[in-house]
Design a protein around this ligand. Structure first.
Ligand SMILES: [Zn+2]
Length: 262
């Protein structure tokens, strides 16, 4: 007992000092607003050293859709139904009303299996916007005006590159055809949302094959004709054949050049 008591006394003094330091440190951490311990993600043995230097990840793409529905109410029903397991960050009705459905910093379920220019999970990197449109009609003026305002807001807040405003059909050419040929891509590009080229500016190099041109621009060319279809729906909506003309090849070369400028 005698041998233990002095040790206890010594230990208690030292521990008390350390406890004081710990309390002060915790108070400093609390004042600094430090994050709690890191949540465990990997099963590998790791040494946890939390850093205070981070913030939330930002979206770097916008993916546009049409709902294929006749009313916004019907689309809202689908996009908020847990059993349907689909969503978007925003829905814009024909009259220009903007519905906010999923936090911009959360991963909404709108693009599905997708690819663009090396990115194979667009849901993780994008804002998804649904447009109330049945797919076989022009898009309403009030709706496009609201969309342009929302795109400007998103581009300004997140610094989304001009080339990264895309359609669902661009990133899933074998599965999706939205937004339809009626969508005003040229008008959007005029305000800085998506690339566009005046026809015939750059002749396509003769040694560049079409699949390579399409892939260099961003398309998944594992289904070549689907990629051609997606390109033509967006850039030559008056010719929806699945063949690239010389005009199309020149347009594609121009778009590739513009993308590489950035
Ligand atoms: Zn879609």
């Amino acid at each position: 007992m005698n041998a233990i008591l002095p040790k206890r006394t010594f230990f208690s003094a030292s521990a008390g000092l350390r406890l004081c330091r710990l309390v002060v440190s915790l108070a400093v951490l609390a004042i600094a607003g430090c994050a709690p311990l890191l949540p465990s993600r990997t099963s590998l043995p790791v040494e946890v050293r939390p850093s205070p230097n981070f913030n939330e990840r930002r979206p770097n793409f916008v993916i546009l859709h049409h709902t294929s529905n006749d009313t916004a109410a019907r689309a809202l029903g689908t996009l908020t139904d847990a059993a349907r397991a689909v969503s978007a960050h925003y829905l814009i009705s024909r009259d220009g009303r903007i519905y906010y459905l999923v936090d911009e910093l959360a991963r909404a379920w709108h693009a599905g299996e997708s690819y663009w220019g090396g990115n194979s999970d667009l849901n993780s990197a994008s804002i998804g916007i649904e447009l109330d449109n049945n797919g076989d009609e022009p898009f309403a003026d009030d709706q496009i005006a609201a969309l342009l305002a929302l795109l400007a807001d998103l581009k300004q807040r997140y610094g989304i590159p001009t080339a990264n405003f895309l359609g669902h059909g661009d990133v899933a050419p074998g599965r999706k055809v939205d937004p339809s040929r009626w969508f005003p891509w040229e008008r959007l590009a005029g305000q800085g949302f998506g690339l566009w080229c005046a026809p015939g500016v750059f002749p396509a190099p003769p040694d560049q094959d079409d699949a390579t041109l399409l892939a260099t621009f961003g398309y998944d060319v594992s289904d070549y004709f689907a990629a051609v279809g997606a390109f033509k729906r967006r850039f030559t909506p008056d010719d929806l054949s699945r063949q690239l003309t010389e005009h199309d090849r020149a347009l594609l070369q121009c778009l590739v050049s513009k993308k590489q400028e950035r």
